[in-house]
Design a protein around this ligand. Sequence first.
Ligand code: HGA
Length: 605
Amino acid sequence: MCGIVGAVAQRNITPILVEGLKRLEYRGYDSCGVALHVDGKLQRSRSTSRVADLETQIQQTALSGFTGIAHTRWATHGAPSSSNAHPHFSRDRIALVHNGIIENHEELRAELQAAGYVFESQTDTEVIAHLVDHLYTGDLFETVQQAVKRLTGAYAIAVFCRDEPHRVVGARQGSPLIVGVGQGENFLASDAMALAGTTDQIIYLEEGDVVDLQLQRCWIVDVNGKAVQREVRTVHAHTGAAELGPYRHYMQKEIFEQPRAIGDTLEGVTGIMPELFGDKAFNIFKQIDSVLILACGTSYYAGLTAKYWIESIAKVTVNVEIASEYRYRDSVPNPNSLVVTISQSGETADTLAALKHARAQGMQHTLTICNVATSAMVRECELSYITRAGVEVGVASTKAFTTQLAALFLLALALAQTKGRLSDEQEAEHIKALRHLPVAISAVLALEPQIIAWAEEFARKENALFLGRGLHYPIALEGALKLKEISYIHAEAYPAGELKHGPLALVTKEMPVVTVAPKDALIEKLKSNMQEVRARGGELYVFADADSRIAPSEGVHVIRLPEHYGQLSPILHVVPLQLLAYHTALARGTDVDKPRNLAKSVTVE
Ligand code: HGA
C-alpha cells in the first residue's frame, strides 16, 4: 500500500514519476502527488483524484525537474484530503513521501511543535519531514540516518532537500523499497514494476538500509550505519499494464483468465514430487509433523481450504492462522512444523511479520505460495511455489486465489507422497483431474448469463448469507468477501450446520441465502439446512453440481455446475461466486476494480 517513486537524473523526470505512479496506483488511490526540485525551490502538485488527473494538472502547470519524488496514498492517518496527500514539505526545504505507519508520531509531533514546527496535515508522515528538517546538518544522507533512529514503526521513505539539488535519500524498515540503478541517474520505488522501461538493474534494500542516490552514486549503509554492497539484479519486471480486451473491468478479465492462469501454474507438473517446492523440500517434508499456514484475507481462505486437503490427503495436522493475529499472540511453537505463508504480492506486511515471528519462535522450515517471484516473501522463505496467475490488477482477488488453491492442492499431494500416503494410482488420478481443471473452469464460466440474472436481484439487497459445508465452507467465506468488497452489500458466511446456532435469526424473505452445494459427503445434511432456511421464508440461491440433485422450486433458485469435481470442487465453485459479486457490483455502479477504502497489496499493518 502506498506507492513511492523517486528519481535523480539529468533529464526531466516528471514522465518517469507519473508513469511509475500509474503502475503503483493499485497500492492506494486515496490521493497522489509529486514534488520536484525546480530552480532552487521545492514545487509540488497533489490530487485527491486519480493519477490521470494529477498528470493533467502537471501538464497544465508545466511542472518539470531533474530531481523529485512521487506518491500514491492509501490513508492510514488522516482523511484522504489534499492537505494529507504526500509529498509533505517542511519549511519549504525538505520534501518527503512515506509508506508505513510511524507509531511514535504523537510524541514526535509534540516535540517538533515545541520546537516551532507548524503541522499542515493529520498524517504521521509529516512528523518525519519536520524531523529531518529539524536535524538537518547540511548533509541529507547523514541527517536521514539520524532521523530514522528516532522512528518507531514501519516506513519506506524517499526524501530530498532544496539545498542539495542532485540527491534523493531513501530508507526502509518494514515496508518495501527498491533502487533502480541507471547510467548517470538513479531511482527509488516501492516495486520494480514502477521502473519497467526505465531500468531493469534493481537492488532490493534490506531492513534498516539507508541509501544515498546521486547522479553517479548509489551508496547504501545498513542498520548499523556500515557501508554495504547489495546485489544488483537484472529484473524483467512487467509493467503491470494489461490490455482489457473485450472486458469492461480487470476483475472480469481476471475471472475469465482463470483457465489460462491455472494451466500456467500447473504447467510442467506431470507428476508429484516434493522438489516442485524447492531442492530442500524432500528433507523438510520428511521432518515436519504439522503445517502452520499464515495468511490474510482471500489468501487466508485458500489456507482454510488447504487444511481440509492436507489433513485428508496427507494426514498431517494443519493450523491456519490470520497473520495479523498470530504475530501478536502467545502461541506454542512447534519446531517440526512447516510454516506456509500465502500472499499474492509477497509483500503483505502482516504475513511477512507473522513469518518473522514464527522464525523467531524457532520454526525454521518455511514455504511460501506466492504470485511474485521477486517478492520479499519468496526471498525470505526456504521453499516456494510461484503461482503463475500473471499480474492481478483488480483489487478483489480472483485468479490469484484459484491458482493458490491449485498450488496448495499440489502441496497436499507432495506431503502425502513424502509421508508414503499417496499411491501411484492416486497420484495419476489427481494429476488427471488437475490437468482437466482449465476445461472444467471454462464450462463454469459459460454460466455467466444465468448468474447475471441473479445479480440483478442481489443488487437490490443490502444483506446476504453464504452457506457451505466442509471443503466448501471456506469457499462460502470467499464468496461473501467478494460480494462485500466490491458491491458493499453486507454479506456473511457460515458453515451451514451453524445456522441454527444464531444466524437463522436473520433469515426473512428479504434475505438471499447463497448455498454452495456440490455433491459431497455432506450434501444431505446441507439439504436439511436449506429446508431450515425455506421454513423461515428465506430465498435460496443454490450453486449445485451435476450430481447434487437439487431441483428448483418456489424460493429455491438453482444454477447447476456441469461437472462434479471431487476434492478439487472448491476451485470450480468459487468461480460463480466471483461472477455473482462482479455482476452485482456492476448493477450497483460501484468502482469494481478500485473499491472504496481498499488497495491491492497491503504493505501496512
Ligand atoms: N501513514 C501514511 C502512509 C500510509 C500508508 O503507507 N499506507 O499504505 C499516511 O496515512 O499517509
